[in-house]
Design a protein around this ligand. Structure first.
Ligand SMILES: CC(C)(COP(=O)(O)OP(=O)(O)OC[C@H]1O[C@@H](n2cnc3c(N)ncnc32)[C@H](O)[C@@H]1OP(=O)(O)O)[C@@H](O)C(=O)NCCC(=O)NCCS
Length: 161
């Protein structure tokens, strides 16, 4: 049954849409499954009501399978987080999500986007490189893992015109 259903959706485009308050629980679930320090439903609710925060959801059929969140300040923005449900990774879905998100940021007058990515996060680095970001800095031992390991962060930037 599940195989039939996923076959039904294969090939159908996923939709990138502005997230709403009603998505907070699902966004928190996706975030918690993707990062060590998950953001709670309340944190998403707060972000979804802030005027300087932009969150897009990625929907496949009725299901939210990813999101991208940014915070804006003047004509710059920072990508706060992006994640795709583990069962849907590796299909290039994050590229559409991020490019659409960037397009909306450009529409709000954003000229430069920054983000931090863990140096060994291969899929994320590939995603950012493929969507026009370049490395502009490196922060040693920036991330603390639950086991105590410290990982480096790369600071990336993309200009929007
Ligand atoms: C990062 C993330 C959003 C990418 O989503 P995705 O839809 O799976 O991305 P894609 O399918 O477009 O894959 C991205 C690229 O990484 C590549 N890739 C996949 N696994 C990889 C790995 N282990 N090492 C290096 N590259 C890898 C893919 O081949 C693809 O490259 P391509 O453009 O040359 O084909 C997703 O992996 C995710 O949610 N990760 C957990 C949360 C996270 O780390 N977010 C980023 C925080 S900065």
């Amino acid at each position: 049954m599940m195989a039939w259903l996923s076959g039904l959706w294969r090939g159908r485009p996923a939709a990138v849409e502005p997230a709403s308050l009603r998505d907070a629980a699902r966004l928190a679930q996706l975030h918690g499954a993707s990062f060590h320090r998950g953001w709670g439903e309340r944190e998403f609710e707060t972000m979804l009501t802030e005027r300087n925060t932009l969150i897009h959801r990625l929907k496949l059929g009725q299901k939210i399978i990813g999101f991208a969140a940014s915070r804006m300040a003047a004509d710059e923005a920072e990508i706060l987080s992006i994640a795709i449900d583990a069962g849907h990774r590796g299909r290039g879905l994050s590229r559409d999500l991020l490019l659409t998100h960037l397009g909306h940021l450009a529409g709000r007058g954003i000229r430069a986007i920054f983000l931090e990515v863990e140096e060994n996060n291969g899929p994320a680095r590939k995603l950012y490189e493929r969507t026009g970001f370049t490395i502009v800095g490196r922060r040693e031992r920036y991330y603390q893992q639950p086991g105590g390991e410290q990982l480096n962060a790369l600071l990336m930037r993309r200009d929007l015109s």
